[in-house]
Design a protein around this ligand. Structure first.
Ligand code: F6P
Length: 327
């Protein structure tokens, strides 16, 4: 069974629906193997402040359907400093924790990697959790599916108004550095255009598209903008367009934090559970410094070093599809 007798689990960075399924997956799988489980509250900050709680099978009852994270989360500045990590290591050792499972996004996995480079004797396993779905090495990250469905539901509603009033809507969705949510919600909602950080100079293209559109007189136009677009957020882009298209009836809508919360979809619950289970299995196989992820529907282990160094790319075919299908 290996030398691991006690593990800890934490959630870090932005919360995402399905994190609780992963916490439950980790907890119950570890208990099955006779391993003690500690929940670390508030991510790495809780590791530094020793905000630890013992998790039993009952501690994770009835959490599958809950959004957010029962362990709470944080973005810890202190953990970015060597002194913070030194204190965190001391607390793990003092509590007899042999391994840690980190559920979070890019920044959280980067923190795990730095820690593991400094302290070799406590293996870390990562689970991708972010609604942005921008983590290299996995097709899926926990929360993306729920957020995508939330966006689709909201955009469908806005489409009714856009259609009734012949309006052009700029709808801003989350994605500070990545456009996956914008792009795929755009496909799902039949957006007329999608503006994402990965593609440059889109305002120019948008203007030539709108020139054609004006002649065609579509009854509604929806442009989905990722919040991190290099040409600005939805308000900025609307302003750039307004001056040249006075005849368009333009409105802006920012979807904001509703995208992060809510009951997790079935997919996020199933995949969150599967990744929680896989993380414990990886520890049982003496793995360390790897993330468990999905590629082509199979669970794979991807080294932190790759997850951090490489950037997940959007599929250019999907961009083309938006253009062709919105004709
Ligand atoms: O969860 C990812 C994300 O939603 C990004 O798209 C966004 O920029 C960021 O979190 C904002 O989160 P916060 O306001 O919690 O820092």
């Amino acid at each position: 069974m290996g030398r691991i007798k006690s593990i800890a689990v934490l959630t870090s960075g932005g919360d995402s629906p399905g994190m609780n399924a992963a916490i439950r997956g980790v907890t119950r799988s570890a208990l099955y193997y006779g391993i003690e489980v500690t929940g670390i509250r508030r991510g790495y900050q809780g590791m530094i402040e020793k905000d630890f709680v013992r998790l039993e099978a009952g501690s994770v009852s009835n959490i599958l359907a809950r959004g957010g994270t029962i362990l709470k989360t944080a973005r810890s500045k202190e953990f970015m400093e060597p002194e913070g990590r030194r204190r965190a290591y001391g607390n793990l050792k003092e509590s007899g924790i042999d391994a840690v499972v980190v559920i979070g996004g890019d920044g959280s996995l980067t923190g795990a990697r730095i820690f593991c480079d400094e302290y070799f004797d406590i293996p870390f396993i990562g689970i991708p959790g972010t609604i942005d779905n921008d983590i290299y090495g996995t097709d899926y990250s926990i929360g993306y599916d729920t957020a995508l469905n939330t966006v689709v539901e909201a955009v469908d509603k806005i489409r009714d108004t856009a259609d009734s009033h012949n309006r052009l809507f700029f709808i801003e969705v989350m994605g500070r550095d990545a456009g996956f949510l914008a792009l795929e919600s755009g496909i799902a909602c039949g957006a007329e255009a999608v503006m994402i950080p990965e593609v440059k100079h889109q305002v120019k293209n948008l203007k030539s598209y709108l020139e054609k559109e004006f002649k065609r007189k579509k009854s509604s136009n929806i442009i989905i903008v990722a919040e991190g677009d290099e040409e600005g957020g939805a308000f900025d882009i609307a302003d750039k367009v307004k001056a040249d298209f006075e005849n368009f009836n333009i409105r802006v809508s920012i979807l904001g934090y509703i995208q992060r919360g809510g009951t997790p979809s079935a997919l996020d619950r199933v995949n969150g559970s599967a990744l929680g289970y896989a993380a414990v299995e990886a520890l049982m196989d003496d793995q360390k410094s790897v993330m468990v992820g999905f590629r082509n529907d199979e669970i794979e282990l991807i080294p932190f070093r790759k997850v951090i160094r490489l950037k997940k790319k959007i599929d250019p075919n999907e961009m083309k599809m938006v253009e062709i299908l919105s004709a």
